[in-house]
Design a binder for this molecule. Structure first.
Ligand code: UD1
Ligand code: CA
Length: 459
């Protein structure tokens, strides 16, 4: 059965009080619409048709590289009118699934239930039982419990307002049937809009069975109109992703205090402390421990590593059994071998550091290649930038860099080289020798400190 998804995203979203179009508001670091597009692609394997209107240029620009087809709805005349803008692009035999750009937590599992309810020749409607149905369209059933129609809140009579089964908005139906009904919609109602919901009554009149499906979790149907609802959905998504980690066997110090703005794949016996933020694709191998307040972006951390509190790691690859932090910053294109130690207030950028090497305190290592078992003393700086170009520092295996050294790149430190503390090294150093590049210390016997001069007029 060929499937096409239509995502309604033309609404303005004034209640967001933001210049950013509603469907571009970030949820877990990605635009709302991106979540819906991803689910649509997941269900159909094809690009969805997005009905856009308000902020159309910004929305299209944000999705320029995404698998999306566009249908413009210049004037927002209602949900039925919105679907009508997409239908000309859809083949008669396709099953159309209507989604919403501002209802981001819908799952593929639930949509497949809805598609099954529609089958080949029925109308599928996703409904839910809620305690407070205010604002939603109500599902009106007959004595035999068959769905007869949907009545919008503003058009409902007192008895209908009592109904707790609501329309989530999601429907599925063969395009040929939907086309016939959508073309006959009228705007003769309380809001003067072309209601998509009126197709239910038309289906019943045509003898087409209306079958309902229900979401697995109520958060799936939460729509977003303001920042409160955005925050509520963010927290629901945070919980969903934290639960997935727990189900995969990860230990979380507090599932309410881990943010996954991307994907995290974990090995066994991974521990994640509180207030950790993950972005992009992150992979944590067996026995990795992440301390509190870390931000980890687009990085693989191999087994048995410990990341200590307040560490930021971005676009890096961390070999096994490393210890990083606390308060370390590992920047893009950093590759650490095994058993590397990066300590507090150390910044590493675009560098490869091999097995067993240590940069323990207050250092900057950039554009460098550091061999095995190197010890970089506290306060060492690679001076990699001359104001115009970046230059490389290469440090051989077993070198010992004394504290407070400046390595003025391009420069090579030989294997087994020892650099005296406080040196400014601007020339390559030989292997296995001590190199010192600092003023020689001297002492002046009998030297007098300056005395304070008496002020004018005083003795
Ligand atoms: C709609 C349903 C209601 C349901 C509710 C669920 C109709 C008539 N009513 O009501 O039964 O309970 O959703 O949340 O369908 N949109 C467009 N173009 C338009 C109008 C709307 O793209 O011309 C988009 C909006 O951006 C929004 C969605 O469609 O994402 C829903 O529109 P909205 O006006 O919020 O519908 P509701 O009144 O909430
Ligand atoms: Ca709405």
């Amino acid at each position: 059965m060929p499937l096409t998804t239509v995502i309604l995203a033309a609404g303005q979203g004034t209640r967001m009080r933001s210049k950013l179009p509603k469907v571009l508001q970030p949820l877990a670091g990605q635009p709302l619409l991106a979540h819906v597009v991803a689910t649509a692609v997941d269900v159909t394997g094809e690009a969805p048709i997005v009905v856009y209107g308000h902020g159309g240029e910004a929305v299209q620009a944000a999705f320029a590289d995404a698998p999306v087809e566009w249908a413009e709805q210049a004037e927002q005349l209602g949900t039925g009118h919105a679907v009508a803008q997409a239908l000309p692009r859809i083949a008669d035999n396709d099953i159309v699934v209507v989604l919403y750009g501002d209802v981001p937590l819908i799952t593929a599992t639930t949509l497949n239930e809805l598609i099954a309810a529609a089958g080949d020749d029925r109308l599928g409607v996703l409904t839910a039982q809620v305690d407070d149905p205010t604002g939603y369209g109500r599902i009106v059933r007959d004595a035999a419990d068959r769905v007869m129609r949907i009545v919008e809140q503003k058009d409902a009579n007192p008895a209908e307002l009592e109904v707790n089964e609501i329309n989530t908005g999601f429907i599925a139906c063969r395009a040929s049937l939907l086309r016939g009904w959508v073309n006959r919609l009228s705007s003769d109602n309380a809001q003067g809009e072309y209601y998509l919901t009126d197709v239910i009554e038309m289906a019943v009149a045509d003898g087409v069975e209306v079958r309902t499906a229900q979401p697995y979790a109520i958060e799936e149907i939460l729509g977003i109109n303001d920042k409160r609802q955005l925050a509520a959905v963010e927290s629901a998504l945070r919980a969903r992703r934290a639960e997935a980690l727990l189900d995969a066997g990860v230990t979380l110090a507090d599932p309410n205090r881990v943010d996954i703005r991307g994907t995290v794949v974990c090995g066994s016996d991974v521990f994640i402390d509180v207030n950790v933020v993950f972005e992009g694709e992150v992979k944590l191998d067996d026995n990795v421990r992440i301390g509190p307040n870390c931000v980890i972006r687009q990085t693989q951390i191999e087994q048995d590593c410990e990341i200590l509190p307040n560490t930021v790691i971005d676009h890096a690859h961390i070999g096994p059994r490393c210890t990083i932090g606390p308060f370390a910053r590992v920047r893009p294109e950093t590759f650490l071998g095994s058993e590397v130690r990066i300590g507090n207030f150390v910044e590493v950028k675009k560098s490869a550091i091999s097995k067993g090497s240590k940069v323990n305190h207050l250092s900057y290592v950039g554009d460098s290649r550091i061999g095995e078992n190197v010890n970089v003393g506290a306060g060492t700086i690679t001076c990699n930038y001359d104001g115009a170009n970046k230059h490389r520092t290469v440090i051989g295996d077993g070198a010992f860099i004394g504290s407070g050294t400046q390595l003025v790149a391009p420069v090579r430190i030989g294997e087994g080289s020892t650099i005296g503390a406080g040196s400014t090294i601007s020339k390559d150093t030989p292997a296995n020798a001590l190199t010192l590049a600092r003023a020689r210390q001297r002492s002046i016997e009998g030297w007098q400190r300056p005395q304070k001069q008496p002020k004018d007029g005083k003795k």
